[in-house]
Design a protein around this ligand. Sequence first.
Ligand code: ACO
Length: 311
Amino acid sequence: PIFSRIVATGGYLPERVLSNHELEQMVETSDAWIFARTGIRSRHIAAPDEKTVDMAAAAARQALADAGLRAEDLDLIIVATTTADQIFPSTACLLQARLGNHGAPAFDIQAVCTGFIYALATADRFIRSGGARHALVVGVESMSRIVDWTDRGTCILFGDGAGAVILSASDQPGIISTHIHADGAYADLLQVPGGETRMTMQGNAVFRMAVRTLGEIVQETLAANALTAEDIDWLVPHQANIRIIQATADKLGLPMERVVTTVEHHGNTSAASVPLALDDAARRRCFQPGQRLLLEAFGGGFTWGSALLRW
Ligand code: ACO
Protein backbone atom coordinates (compact mmCIF):
# COMPACT_ATOMS: atom_id res chain seq x y z
CA PRO A 1 0.00 0.00 0.00
CA ILE A 2 0.97 3.65 -0.50
CA PHE A 3 1.14 5.97 2.51
CA SER A 4 1.79 9.68 2.78
CA ARG A 5 4.38 11.21 5.06
CA ILE A 6 5.52 14.69 6.00
CA VAL A 7 9.01 15.05 4.53
CA ALA A 8 9.56 18.77 5.19
CA THR A 9 8.06 21.80 6.91
CA GLY A 10 8.27 25.56 6.49
CA GLY A 11 7.03 28.59 8.36
CA TYR A 12 6.74 32.34 8.00
CA LEU A 13 5.83 35.05 10.51
CA PRO A 14 5.57 38.75 9.58
CA GLU A 15 8.30 41.01 10.99
CA ARG A 16 5.95 43.27 12.93
CA VAL A 17 5.30 42.05 16.50
CA LEU A 18 2.27 43.44 18.35
CA SER A 19 2.68 43.12 22.13
CA ASN A 20 0.00 43.02 24.80
CA HIS A 21 1.37 46.37 26.05
CA GLU A 22 0.62 47.95 22.68
CA LEU A 23 -2.91 46.50 22.82
CA GLU A 24 -3.36 48.28 26.17
CA GLN A 25 -3.17 51.53 24.15
CA MET A 26 -5.83 50.34 21.69
CA VAL A 27 -8.57 48.76 23.89
CA GLU A 28 -9.42 48.55 27.61
CA THR A 29 -7.26 45.57 28.58
CA SER A 30 -4.00 44.61 30.29
CA ASP A 31 -1.02 42.37 29.61
CA ALA A 32 -1.78 40.55 32.88
CA TRP A 33 -5.42 39.82 31.88
CA ILE A 34 -4.49 38.64 28.38
CA PHE A 35 -1.64 36.41 29.57
CA ALA A 36 -3.65 34.88 32.44
CA ARG A 37 -6.74 34.17 30.26
CA THR A 38 -5.00 33.11 27.04
CA GLY A 39 -1.25 32.53 27.53
CA ILE A 40 -0.54 35.09 24.77
CA ARG A 41 2.19 37.77 25.14
CA SER A 42 2.57 38.88 21.53
CA ARG A 43 1.52 38.09 17.96
CA HIS A 44 2.84 38.91 14.48
CA ILE A 45 0.88 41.23 12.19
CA ALA A 46 1.27 41.41 8.40
CA ALA A 47 2.52 44.69 6.91
CA PRO A 48 -0.15 46.74 5.07
CA ASP A 49 1.20 45.65 1.68
CA GLU A 50 1.89 42.05 2.74
CA LYS A 51 -0.62 39.64 1.22
CA THR A 52 -1.79 36.21 2.30
CA VAL A 53 -0.09 34.73 -0.79
CA ASP A 54 3.23 36.42 0.14
CA MET A 55 3.24 34.65 3.51
CA ALA A 56 2.16 31.36 1.92
CA ALA A 57 4.97 31.59 -0.65
CA ALA A 58 7.62 32.22 2.03
CA ALA A 59 6.55 29.17 4.06
CA ALA A 60 6.17 27.02 0.91
CA ARG A 61 9.64 27.91 -0.42
CA GLN A 62 11.21 26.93 2.88
CA ALA A 63 9.39 23.57 2.89
CA LEU A 64 10.36 22.90 -0.75
CA ALA A 65 14.01 23.73 -0.02
CA ASP A 66 13.96 21.45 3.04
CA ALA A 67 12.48 18.63 0.96
CA GLY A 68 15.02 19.15 -1.83
CA LEU A 69 12.15 19.49 -4.32
CA ARG A 70 11.42 22.04 -7.05
CA ALA A 71 8.01 23.62 -7.58
CA GLU A 72 7.53 21.57 -10.76
CA ASP A 73 7.86 18.36 -8.71
CA LEU A 74 4.57 19.16 -6.93
CA ASP A 75 1.49 17.41 -8.28
CA LEU A 76 -0.99 18.84 -5.74
CA ILE A 77 -1.26 22.23 -4.01
CA ILE A 78 -3.80 22.78 -1.22
CA VAL A 79 -4.05 26.01 0.77
CA ALA A 80 -6.13 26.23 3.94
CA THR A 81 -7.18 29.82 4.52
CA THR A 82 -10.12 31.95 5.64
CA THR A 83 -8.45 35.16 4.52
CA ALA A 84 -7.83 34.80 0.79
CA ASP A 85 -6.53 37.92 -0.98
CA GLN A 86 -9.13 37.70 -3.75
CA ILE A 87 -12.59 36.16 -4.24
CA PHE A 88 -10.88 34.29 -7.06
CA PRO A 89 -8.45 32.93 -8.21
CA SER A 90 -7.92 30.83 -5.11
CA THR A 91 -4.91 31.48 -2.91
CA ALA A 92 -3.62 28.08 -4.05
CA CYS A 93 -3.62 29.21 -7.72
CA LEU A 94 -1.95 32.53 -6.85
CA LEU A 95 0.65 30.57 -4.86
CA GLN A 96 1.15 28.11 -7.72
CA ALA A 97 1.99 31.00 -10.07
CA ARG A 98 4.38 32.50 -7.51
CA LEU A 99 6.21 29.22 -7.11
CA GLY A 100 6.34 28.51 -10.85
CA ASN A 101 4.35 25.27 -10.95
CA HIS A 102 2.18 24.69 -14.02
CA GLY A 103 -0.56 22.09 -14.23
CA ALA A 104 -0.86 20.59 -10.76
CA PRO A 105 -4.38 20.79 -9.30
CA ALA A 106 -4.52 23.69 -6.84
CA PHE A 107 -7.41 24.66 -4.57
CA ASP A 108 -8.28 26.27 -1.25
CA ILE A 109 -9.99 24.69 1.74
CA GLN A 110 -11.96 26.86 4.13
CA ALA A 111 -12.51 25.35 7.57
CA VAL A 112 -11.17 28.29 9.63
CA CYS A 113 -8.89 27.04 12.44
CA THR A 114 -9.35 23.39 11.41
CA GLY A 115 -8.40 24.20 7.79
CA PHE A 116 -4.92 22.70 7.92
CA ILE A 117 -6.20 19.38 9.34
CA TYR A 118 -8.86 19.30 6.59
CA ALA A 119 -6.19 20.02 3.96
CA LEU A 120 -3.83 17.38 5.35
CA ALA A 121 -6.66 14.81 5.43
CA THR A 122 -7.48 15.64 1.78
CA ALA A 123 -3.87 15.49 0.55
CA ASP A 124 -3.36 12.18 2.40
CA ARG A 125 -6.31 10.68 0.51
CA PHE A 126 -4.95 11.92 -2.86
CA ILE A 127 -1.57 10.33 -2.16
CA ARG A 128 -2.89 7.05 -0.77
CA SER A 129 -5.14 6.58 -3.80
CA GLY A 130 -2.20 7.14 -6.16
CA GLY A 131 -3.47 10.56 -7.29
CA ALA A 132 -0.37 12.49 -6.25
CA ARG A 133 3.25 11.87 -5.23
CA HIS A 134 4.29 15.22 -3.77
CA ALA A 135 1.69 17.54 -2.24
CA LEU A 136 2.24 21.03 -0.85
CA VAL A 137 -0.16 21.72 2.03
CA VAL A 138 -0.20 25.28 3.41
CA GLY A 139 -2.11 26.90 6.27
CA VAL A 140 -2.02 30.69 6.03
CA GLU A 141 -4.02 33.56 7.54
CA SER A 142 -4.14 37.35 7.62
CA MET A 143 -6.42 37.38 10.68
CA SER A 144 -5.54 41.04 11.34
CA ARG A 145 -7.71 41.93 8.30
CA ILE A 146 -10.92 40.38 9.71
CA VAL A 147 -10.44 41.15 13.40
CA ASP A 148 -12.52 43.95 14.95
CA TRP A 149 -9.73 46.07 16.48
CA THR A 150 -12.25 47.78 18.79
CA ASP A 151 -13.48 44.49 20.35
CA ARG A 152 -11.24 43.53 23.28
CA GLY A 153 -12.88 40.12 23.49
CA THR A 154 -11.41 39.06 20.12
CA CYS A 155 -8.64 41.42 18.92
CA ILE A 156 -6.23 40.24 21.61
CA LEU A 157 -6.39 36.64 20.41
CA PHE A 158 -5.30 36.56 16.78
CA GLY A 159 -2.11 36.83 14.73
CA ASP A 160 -0.92 36.40 11.13
CA GLY A 161 1.44 33.85 9.57
CA ALA A 162 1.88 30.78 7.39
CA GLY A 163 3.00 27.18 7.84
CA ALA A 164 3.61 24.57 5.16
CA VAL A 165 4.39 20.89 4.82
CA ILE A 166 5.41 18.69 1.91
CA LEU A 167 3.56 15.40 1.96
CA SER A 168 5.16 12.67 -0.18
CA ALA A 169 4.22 9.13 -1.14
CA SER A 170 6.00 6.48 0.92
CA ASP A 171 5.86 2.74 1.54
CA GLN A 172 5.91 3.47 5.32
CA PRO A 173 3.33 5.53 7.27
CA GLY A 174 3.49 8.59 7.69
CA ILE A 175 0.00 9.70 8.29
CA ILE A 176 -1.73 6.90 10.20
CA SER A 177 -5.27 8.29 10.36
CA THR A 178 -7.19 11.55 10.00
CA HIS A 179 -10.56 12.45 11.50
CA ILE A 180 -12.56 15.50 10.42
CA HIS A 181 -15.99 16.75 11.46
CA ALA A 182 -18.29 19.77 11.22
CA ASP A 183 -21.57 20.99 12.67
CA GLY A 184 -22.93 24.12 10.99
CA ALA A 185 -25.56 24.61 13.68
CA TYR A 186 -23.13 26.78 15.66
CA ALA A 187 -22.38 29.44 13.04
CA ASP A 188 -23.67 32.30 15.18
CA LEU A 189 -21.17 31.65 17.99
CA LEU A 190 -18.17 32.55 15.81
CA GLN A 191 -18.42 34.19 12.39
CA VAL A 192 -17.57 36.90 9.91
CA PRO A 193 -20.99 37.49 8.32
CA GLY A 194 -19.91 39.23 5.09
CA GLY A 195 -17.10 40.64 2.98
CA GLU A 196 -16.80 44.03 4.66
CA THR A 197 -17.77 42.93 8.17
CA ARG A 198 -15.59 41.87 11.10
CA MET A 199 -15.40 38.81 13.33
CA THR A 200 -17.90 38.30 16.12
CA MET A 201 -17.45 35.63 18.78
CA GLN A 202 -19.16 34.44 21.94
CA GLY A 203 -15.84 33.64 23.58
CA ASN A 204 -17.02 31.76 26.61
CA ALA A 205 -19.38 29.45 24.69
CA VAL A 206 -16.67 28.79 22.08
CA PHE A 207 -14.20 28.03 24.85
CA ARG A 208 -16.46 25.41 26.44
CA MET A 209 -17.31 23.77 23.09
CA ALA A 210 -13.63 23.67 22.13
CA VAL A 211 -12.56 21.96 25.35
CA ARG A 212 -15.32 19.35 25.11
CA THR A 213 -14.95 18.66 21.39
CA LEU A 214 -11.15 18.42 21.43
CA GLY A 215 -11.37 15.95 24.31
CA GLU A 216 -13.70 13.84 22.15
CA ILE A 217 -11.59 14.01 18.97
CA VAL A 218 -8.40 12.87 20.69
CA GLN A 219 -10.29 9.93 22.23
CA GLU A 220 -11.81 9.09 18.81
CA THR A 221 -8.31 9.09 17.29
CA LEU A 222 -6.83 6.85 19.99
CA ALA A 223 -9.79 4.43 19.84
CA ALA A 224 -9.65 4.19 16.01
CA ASN A 225 -6.04 3.03 16.27
CA ALA A 226 -6.37 0.93 19.47
CA LEU A 227 -3.87 3.22 21.20
CA THR A 228 -3.73 4.86 24.62
CA ALA A 229 -2.33 8.25 25.60
CA GLU A 230 1.00 6.61 26.56
CA ASP A 231 1.51 5.79 22.87
CA ILE A 232 1.51 9.49 21.95
CA ASP A 233 4.93 11.16 21.99
CA TRP A 234 3.79 14.68 21.08
CA LEU A 235 0.52 16.60 21.03
CA VAL A 236 0.58 19.36 18.40
CA PRO A 237 -2.61 21.31 19.10
CA HIS A 238 -4.26 24.28 17.45
CA GLN A 239 -2.92 27.31 19.29
CA ALA A 240 -6.06 29.20 20.34
CA ASN A 241 -5.62 29.55 24.09
CA ILE A 242 -3.17 27.91 26.52
CA ARG A 243 -6.07 26.96 28.81
CA ILE A 244 -7.78 24.99 26.00
CA ILE A 245 -4.45 23.29 25.19
CA GLN A 246 -3.86 22.43 28.85
CA ALA A 247 -7.38 21.02 29.22
CA THR A 248 -6.82 18.69 26.24
CA ALA A 249 -3.40 17.60 27.55
CA ASP A 250 -4.91 16.97 31.01
CA LYS A 251 -7.70 14.81 29.54
CA LEU A 252 -5.03 12.79 27.74
CA GLY A 253 -2.81 12.68 30.81
CA LEU A 254 0.07 14.15 28.77
CA PRO A 255 2.58 16.38 30.58
CA MET A 256 3.05 19.83 29.01
CA GLU A 257 6.68 18.87 28.11
CA ARG A 258 5.15 16.69 25.39
CA VAL A 259 2.86 19.41 24.04
CA VAL A 260 4.07 21.84 21.38
CA THR A 261 3.03 25.39 22.28
CA THR A 262 3.63 28.55 20.26
CA VAL A 263 0.56 30.50 21.39
CA GLU A 264 2.61 32.78 23.67
CA HIS A 265 4.38 34.43 20.73
CA HIS A 266 2.10 33.61 17.77
CA GLY A 267 -1.40 34.08 19.22
CA ASN A 268 -4.12 32.24 17.31
CA THR A 269 -3.13 32.16 13.62
CA SER A 270 -6.16 30.03 12.68
CA ALA A 271 -5.31 27.63 9.82
CA ALA A 272 -1.60 28.50 10.13
CA SER A 273 -1.31 27.55 13.77
CA VAL A 274 -0.81 23.77 13.55
CA PRO A 275 1.74 23.83 10.67
CA LEU A 276 3.59 26.74 12.33
CA ALA A 277 3.74 24.76 15.58
CA LEU A 278 4.97 21.69 13.66
CA ASP A 279 7.63 23.75 11.90
CA ASP A 280 8.73 25.43 15.12
CA ALA A 281 9.15 22.10 16.95
CA ALA A 282 10.76 20.40 13.92
CA ARG A 283 13.37 23.18 13.69
CA ARG A 284 14.11 22.81 17.40
CA ARG A 285 14.58 19.07 16.67
CA CYS A 286 11.95 18.04 19.21
CA PHE A 287 10.63 15.12 17.14
CA GLN A 288 12.62 11.90 16.71
CA PRO A 289 12.07 9.67 13.66
CA GLY A 290 9.28 7.16 14.33
CA GLN A 291 7.68 9.16 17.16
CA ARG A 292 3.87 9.40 17.17
CA LEU A 293 2.39 12.91 16.84
CA LEU A 294 -1.25 13.78 17.45
CA LEU A 295 -2.40 16.96 15.71
CA GLU A 296 -5.80 18.50 16.57
CA ALA A 297 -7.82 21.65 15.89
CA PHE A 298 -11.20 23.27 16.48
CA GLY A 299 -12.62 26.32 14.72
CA GLY A 300 -15.48 28.30 13.25
CA GLY A 301 -18.27 26.34 11.62
CA PHE A 302 -17.88 24.61 13.97
CA THR A 303 -15.25 22.38 12.45
CA TRP A 304 -12.84 20.07 14.25
CA GLY A 305 -10.38 17.36 13.41
CA SER A 306 -7.22 15.44 14.19
CA ALA A 307 -4.37 13.64 12.49
CA LEU A 308 -2.22 10.87 13.92
CA LEU A 309 1.16 10.39 12.27
CA ARG A 310 4.61 8.93 12.61
CA TRP A 311 7.41 11.47 12.24
N1 ACO B 1 -9.27 42.53 28.64
C1 ACO B 1 -9.90 42.68 29.81
N2 ACO B 1 -11.12 42.18 30.05
C2 ACO B 1 -11.72 41.48 29.07
C3 ACO B 1 -11.12 41.29 27.83
C4 ACO B 1 -9.85 41.85 27.62
N3 ACO B 1 -9.17 41.71 26.46
N4 ACO B 1 -11.95 40.56 27.06
C5 ACO B 1 -13.04 40.29 27.78
N5 ACO B 1 -12.91 40.86 29.01
C6 ACO B 1 -13.84 40.83 30.12
C7 ACO B 1 -15.24 40.54 29.67
O1 ACO B 1 -15.86 41.73 29.23
C8 ACO B 1 -15.88 39.98 30.93
O2 ACO B 1 -16.23 41.07 31.77
P1 ACO B 1 -17.61 41.03 32.62
O3 ACO B 1 -17.47 39.82 33.49
O4 ACO B 1 -17.59 42.34 33.30
O5 ACO B 1 -18.67 40.88 31.55
C9 ACO B 1 -14.72 39.26 31.61
O6 ACO B 1 -13.53 39.74 30.99
C10 ACO B 1 -14.79 37.74 31.45
O7 ACO B 1 -15.13 37.45 30.10
P2 ACO B 1 -15.23 35.99 29.55
O8 ACO B 1 -15.51 36.05 28.11
O9 ACO B 1 -16.13 35.20 30.42
O10 ACO B 1 -13.74 35.50 29.81
P3 ACO B 1 -13.10 34.13 29.47
O11 ACO B 1 -12.40 33.59 30.66
O12 ACO B 1 -14.05 33.25 28.74
O13 ACO B 1 -11.93 34.54 28.46
C11 ACO B 1 -11.55 34.46 26.13
C12 ACO B 1 -12.26 35.17 27.25
C13 ACO B 1 -10.05 34.59 26.33
C14 ACO B 1 -11.96 35.10 24.81
C15 ACO B 1 -11.95 32.97 26.15
O14 ACO B 1 -13.34 32.88 26.23
C16 ACO B 1 -11.48 32.21 24.98
O15 ACO B 1 -10.30 32.04 24.75
N6 ACO B 1 -12.45 31.64 24.22
C17 ACO B 1 -12.14 30.80 23.12
C18 ACO B 1 -11.82 31.67 22.01
C19 ACO B 1 -11.22 30.90 20.95
O16 ACO B 1 -10.36 30.09 21.17
N7 ACO B 1 -11.68 31.19 19.77
C20 ACO B 1 -11.17 30.65 18.68
C21 ACO B 1 -11.44 29.19 18.61
S1 ACO B 1 -11.89 28.82 17.05
C22 ACO B 1 -10.81 29.68 16.20
O17 ACO B 1 -9.62 29.54 16.51
C23 ACO B 1 -11.31 30.64 15.17
